[in-house]
Design a protein around this ligand. Structure first.
Ligand code: PRP
Length: 178
């Protein structure tokens, strides 16, 4: 039996959407310098593809945060394992996230970043699971709105596996309900 229920998004669909969002960012920030902050671990592939399509001067930094552990639902308890290295005061910052679900991770990170006085702060995500939202966090750039299914691949994991899949797959419930 397959571990996957279906393919939700193919690598070609993802590639097109990432190029589209990179183009929108390019238009909005023309003439500016950007600081891109990749939220590890899930966003590492999306962020790598995004910046390769971004024709703007930018620096890239990384923050490591997690809230899920080995569960399929957010604990709401967001832990920052590694902070960024750059000073963001006066900079135009974009936080790059793989998926916004409850929104708890980004709410916490947004307050954390705003307290450091950036010139501007926006949020870019690959997948937006709008119907699961528990906060009023605004996503500025999103590639896809997706239904409430547990997805893996293209950086997203279940229990640290599946991040290396090129497509985004819906995981079969038998994998996590046992
Ligand atoms: C995932 C994902 C987001 C967060 C989204 O991270 O990468 O950061 O959950 O969920 P939320 O909107 O309900 O807060 P996870 O804790 O699984 O860590 P990872 O990125 O290292 O896989």
């Amino acid at each position: 039996m397959s571990e996957y229920k279906e393919t939700l998004l193919t690598k070609d669909e993802i590639e097109n959407a990432v190029k589209g969002v990179a183009y929108r960012i390019h238009k909005d920030y023309e003439g500016e310098e950007l600081l891109i902050v990749c939220i590890l671990k899930g966003a590492f592939i999306f962020c790598a593809d995004l910046v390769r399509n971004l024709d703007l001067p930018c620096e890239i930094d990384f923050i490591s945060a997690s809230s899920y552990g080995s569960s399929t639902v957010s604990s709401g308890n967001v832990r920052i394992h590694k902070d960024i290295e750059y000073d963001i005061a006066g900079r135009h910052v974009i936080l790059v996230e793989d998926i916004v679900d409850s929104g708890l991770t980004l709410s916490r990170l947004k307050s954390f970043f705003l307290s450091r006085n950036p010139a501007s702060l926006k949020i870019c995500c690959l997948l937006d699971k709008k119907e699961r939202r528990q906060t009023d966090i605004e996503v500025d750039y999103s590639c896809f709105t997706i239904p409430d299914a547990f997805v893996v691949g293209y950086g997203l994991d279940y229990d640290s596996r599946y991040r290396n899949l090129p497509d985004i797959m819906v995981l079969d419930e038998s994998v996590y309900n046992h």
